[in-house]
Design a protein. Sequence first.
Length: 470
Amino acid sequence: MSLKTPLALSLALLLGTAPAVTEAASGRGAPTSSARKSKKKAPPAQREPHPESPSSSDEEASKATSDAPVQAQTQEPTPAPKPPPPLPSAWAGRTVVLTAPVDPSAFESAAQLETDLRGELGAQMDILLVEPAALFPAPPPASLAQGDALFNEGKDLYDNLDPEAAAKKFTEAAAFYQRHAVDTSPERLARVYIFLGASRLLNGNSTGAQEAFTRALLAAPTVYPESALFGQDVHDAFAAAKQDLYRKPRGTLTLDSVPSGAQVTLHGERLGTTPLKDLELVPGPHQVVLTLPGYLPFGAFQEVAPSQRGELRPRLEPTPDLAAVQALAAEVSTSKSLGSDKLPPGVARIAEKLGARYVVLARVEQKGQGRVQASLHAWDVQQKNRLRGVVLNPADARERQRAVSQVHDFLTGKLAPDTSFPLALPPVVKKPWFWAAVGGVAVATTAGILLATQPNKPLGIRIGNPGAGW
C-alpha cells in the first residue's frame, strides 16, 4: 500500500493537470484573477482610441460618466451593439474536377460522373471550380474561302447563261460547306442551294431544281429567292417545293453527347443542352452543331426520315490542352502513387497546368454485370494533404451526394484528421509493470481527478454522485 499510494497520487497529479494544459495550448482557458484585475478602468490618457472617433458631445458625455460617483456606475451598462454577421469565408483555392476511366467500357460513366461532380460541387458557394471555357478555348473557325470562291465562280457562270457549268460549281460549293457544318451559316448554305435550283431549272431539270430548293428550305426556312436576281419561274418552283415539304409526315430526332451538357444549335438556332429528346422535324438533312467548353465543336447534317425516330449521340473530342490533362489524370489513376501519402507527380503537374490548388480525381471502372464503381480522391497541392479514395456507385444519387459532402468538407478544411489520445505521456506510464503496481486505487483516483477538473462536467450525475458539483 505504501508503494501504490505515492504512485497513484503522482499519476493523478500528472493526468489531472491535462485539461488546464490543453486549454492553455488552445487559447480557450478561463481568465486568471490577475487578468481580471487588469480590466480595471484605465485613466483617459491611456485609453486606446475607438476605430470610429466620437463627436465632441460624445466625449463630454464620456467625461461626465467617468467623473460620476461610483454608485452611478453600479447600474447595468448599456449593451454594446451586436457585431455584424461574419462574412462568408474566402475560397481556399481553385479546384479542378477530373475523372479517369480504367478501361474504355467505363468512358461514358466517367464522363457522366465528371458532369455530375462539377454540377454538385460547383453549386457550393465556397468552392471555385476551374472553368475549362477560359483555359481551353475552342479553336478559331475554319476558313470558308474555298467554298466562297466556288460559289462566286458558279454565280459568274449563271450570269453568263451557262447553267450546266454553274450547277457543277454550286454543287461543289454546297459539298464544301456541308463538310464544315460547324462554321457554315445556314443562310450561306441556303443561298447556294437557291442558285443551284435556279441553274437546274434553267437547264430543264425540274426534279433536281425541286430537290435543291427543298435543301435550301431545310437549311434556312426564312430564306427566299431574291426578286432582283430570279424570275417568276424560280419563285413558283420554290413555293411548290415548300408546299410539298411541309405536307410530308414529320420525324423525331433525339440529340445527346458524351459528355452531356453540350449546347445544341439546330440550323443556327439554340435549342438547349444535351440531352434533348424527340425533336419533331420535317424530313431531310438538318444542320446540328454541339459545343462544350474544353472540347472541339461537333457538326453534322443529320438525316430525319418521315414518321421515323432518329438519334445522334457523338463522342466529343477534347481540345489538345484538355487531352494532355486527361492523359495525366489517367496516368495518376493507374499508378502506385495513387494510394501513397505523398503527392503524386501527375497531380502536381495537373495543378500547375490549370492553376489549381485542389485536384479532385475519380477513378471509374466497370465491374461485373454492368455495375460501375468509382473511387474519389482529392489533394491539397499546397499543403500536401489528401483525401483518400471514397468508394461510391456513380449512378446512386445518395452515395454520390455523400461523397460530394466529404470532398466539400476536405476542400473547405472542415474534415479534420482522426485524433488520438491528447496527452504525451511519459515513457514510464506506458510500461505494463507501472499499471500493475498502481492497481485499482490509482485508476479510481485518476478518474476522479480527471472528472473533477473538466470544465464542461461531461458525466455529472451519471456517476452516481450528485453532491460532487459536476
